[in-house]
Design a protein around this ligand. Structure first.
Ligand code: BGC
Length: 732
């Protein structure tokens, strides 16, 4: 008996030692990732390498089952973790465990001008993705806000490359700190949805490098994003998912990106180009079957059998395959097979709190005559809430970012919770149709009856909150189509006028991801821009409206008075939306406030603008020296004082102007900002480090960045159109 026991123990020990000795390097989580990648690669067949490069289902791709290397599971992004869909179809899989927390849309995050909240956002959504066992989160989206008609602006970070860069980096770091890869999208120039699948965008190199690439560069070099998604559109004659200039030259060579280029779903069009022009993982190409049953199974994807065949025939260099496989293995070792992969959590109170905080800080107060807001509890007996967005789900719709949520507090829920149900009366006022992807469906309700009912409610109330805006329907804030005009849809302008006649104490709250025209702007006493705020929408809005939270958001994009005032629309069709084949960005580097300022066009509301319930004063701007060399850092200093009676936050914004230059330059460009939180009467000293190198323009003649010596004017303000201090410095 004794000897048998000893033998068993001995065999077990031998097995353990042997197992340890034989543990292949790629499975050893303590070994450096590059060593593991090389080791795994050397153990793989050509077929196995190719099978890493294309989808096996709507949202996943194969691992290497024989070697224990797991599959890659992706999911949208960017505002919450999308529900599970069927293996081979877009429809929901009907799981009961996948209702997520909806975080505010990225426009709201950007409006907070608070990179710390970006980190919180990234960590929180990363934890939700991790809990759901996702490898890659398909977000954040960082395409520049070029036109207010773009149906997907709500998924992006606004019009300014510097603001987008500062906000995207912590988001990525947050997501990836949980062992989930961020997938930054859509690289690049996917600035409209109209004809997104084929429109061939061209623009100057300056506009490309100064406006449309910086946030992607920051995402790669500072955020160290582990994956990036190619865009649907073409750029200079090649689709962006296999675009030699964008992917091979800029992304992989110049920026040294070592992650995975993932195609947008269905964005691949050619095996030759996909193989040669920098794509690594092909997703979403049309398929009608799982394996061999259909005519177009996954194994017939561009990077599947046709790629394998090309390798075997010597048409494609094996080095290209090894490079793709290496990148995908690296992503797997950084995520699913990493030692640094904390556990996630899903729909936790901390995530609700994060969603609420981000929403509170992103809400922008645009107008507040005679201190209309805050409407404190008890101030009015009867509050009329009017408008569909007060009570409509705004997490559903919009395309791929649509969410199945654990809960969504509507504005109406939030206001009732704040003021009590006896004090709040609701009337729909107007109606849109149901949320349909890819088509418009008008409401069956009668517009006049809705309006008349709302007018009666408004007449009888002490105060009216009109809560409208856009929604996530097709041709609104929705993927796959652009808006048809700048106007508010569904008869809202007419309704607002009628409400004002019925009750002049009517404020407008807009929930949208885009600017809208405001023909009633001078007539309404107060306006709030409320974005799409996610699960905690109602709580956050009610917090701001009631004054429990002092608004501190600033617009991340300009609101034009009319569409033609916007740079992208000034030059006609070829500039937007293109002639259906080609498009040229004629406004060049003058995007957003750069256009308004330089062309001296007054916007309705400017980039960086937003009011508070308190007031602030920005003190004298000074710098550590007056003359700098090109590689120096300017140490800028000033004070911010809360001169009002409430706790609040101001966003100090530092812009720069280069008055004399060999090329045209915008009147001002954002180079630094800081959100400063202050008690009433409190003053803080703010110090900012600004690199002289950041004053450079992209010099097309040198194909490089260039700071021309001379004077530069630093401009400090609390919005792009409210500069209170200027300081001249000289660059040698
Ligand atoms: C969108 C992507 C999204 C993908 C997967 C595409 O239509 O453009 O942003 O991640 O679908 O849903």
């Amino acid at each position: 008996m004794k000897s048998i026991f000893l033998t068993v123990v001995a065999t077990g020990a031998w097995l353990m030692v042997n197992a340890q000795q034989k543990l292949p390097v790629y499975l050893d989580i303590n070994k450096p990732i590059e060593e593991r990648v090389e080791n795994a690669l050397s153990a793989m067949t050509t077929e196995e390498k190719v099978s890493l490069c294309y989808a096996q289902s709507k949202f996943s791709s194969k691992g290497v089952p024989r070697l224990g290397i797991p599959e890659v599971w992706t999911d949208d992004g960017p505002h919450g973790i999308r529900e599970e869909v069927l293996w081979d179809e877009w429809g929901g899989a009907g799981w009961t465990n996948d209702s997520c927390t909806a975080f505010p849309a990225l426009t709201c995050l950007s409006a907070s001008f608070n990179p710390k909240l970006s980190l919180l956002y990234g960590k929180s959504i990363g934890e939700e993705a991790r809990y759901r066992n996702k490898t890659v989160l398909l977000g954040p989206g960082i395409n520049i806000y070029r036109t207010p008609l773009n149906g997907r602006n709500f998924e992006y970070l606004g019009e300014d490359p510097y603001l987008s860069s500062r906000m995207v980096v912590p988001y990525i770091q947050g997501v990836q700190s949980i062992g989930v890869a961020a997938c930054v999208k859509h690289f690049a120039l996917n600035n409209q949805e109209e004809w997104r699948g084929h429109i061939n965008v061209d623009l100057s190199d300056r506009a490309l490098y100064e406006i449309y690439l910086p946030a992607f560069k920051a995402a790669v070099q500072e955020g160290k994003a582990w994956s990036i998604m190619g865009a649907y559109n073409q750029f200079r004659g090649e689709h962006c998912c296999h675009n030699d200039l964008l992917l091979n030259k800029i992304l992989k060579k110049d920026w040294k990106f070592d992650g995975v280029v993932i195609s947008d779903w269905g964005g691949v069009h050619s095996t030759d180009q996909a193989v040669n022009n920098g794509l690594d993982l092909e997703m979403g190409t049309y398929t009608d079957g799982l394996t061999t049953k259909g005519k177009f199974p996954y194994s017939e994807y561009y990077l599947a059998n046709p790629f394998l065949k090309g390798i075997k025939e010597g048409k494609y260099d094996i080095a290209l395959l090894n490079d793709k496989a290496r990148r995908i293995l690296r992503l797997i070792f950084r995520t699913t097979m990493s030692a640094n992969r904390p556990f996630g959590r899903f729909v936790s109170p901390e995530h609700s709190e994060a969603a609420r905080k981000i929403a509170q800080e992103g809400i922008v107060l645009l107008k507040n005559d005679k201190q209309f807001f805050p409407v404190t509890n008890g101030k009015f007996k009867k509050i009329a809430v009017i408008g569909e967005n007060a009570d409509r789900s705004l997490v559903i719709g919009g395309g791929s970012s649509s969410l199945k949520v654990a809960y969504e507090k509507s504005p109406l829920d939030g206001l009732i919770a704040k003021y009590g149900k006896d004090h709040v009366v609701y009337s729909l006022g107007y109606a849109s149709g149901p949320s349909m992807y890819g088509r418009e469906e008008p409401s069956k309700l009668n517009a006049d009856s809705l309006m008349n009912a709302a007018i009666e409610v408004a007449k009888d109330a002490d105060v009216v909150f009109f809560i409208g805006g856009l929604n996530k329907n097709h041709f609104q804030d929705c993927e796959g189509g652009d808006r048809k005009s700048l106007s508010l849809p569904f008869g809202q302008d007419k309704l607002i006028d009628a409400l004002l006649k019925a009750n002049k104490n009517t404020a407008v709250v807009l929930l949208s991801g885009n600017a809208v025209s405001m023909p009633w702007v001078d007539k309404v006493p107060a306006i709030i821009q409320g974005w799409y705020l996610g699960s905690e929408a109602g709580s956050a809005l009610a917090d701001v409206i009631s004054g429990e939270v002092n608004p501190s958001g600033k617009l991340p994009f300009s609101f034009p008075k009319k569409l033609e005032d916007n740079g992208a629309h000034f030059y006609g069709k070829i500039s937007y939306p293109g002639d259906s084949i080609n498009q040229y960005y004629k406004e060049d580097i003058l995007v957003g406030y750069r256009w308004f300022d330089t062309k001296k066009i007054v916007p309705q509301y400017a980039f960086g603008y937003g009011l508070s319930y308190t007031s602030f004063n920005l003190g004298t701007l000074s710098a550590d020296k007056s003359t700098y060399s090109k590689d120096e850092i300017i140490k800028v200093r000033f004070t911010v004082k809360n001169t009002g009676a409430r706790y609040g936050a101001e966003v100090a914004q530092l812009y720069v102007n280069d008055p004399v230059c060999s090329v045209p330059r915008p009147v001002k460009e954002l180079k630094a900002f800081e959100k400063v939180f202050l008690q009433p009467g409190e003053m803080k000293v703010v110090e900012m480090d600004v690199k002289v190198a950041d004053f450079a323009f992209y010099d097309e003649s040198k194909k490089d960045w260039n700071v021309e010596p001379g004077d530069f004017i630093l401009q400090l303000g609390n919005s792009s159109n409210n500069i209170s201090q200027k300081l001249k410095i000289t660059v040698k």
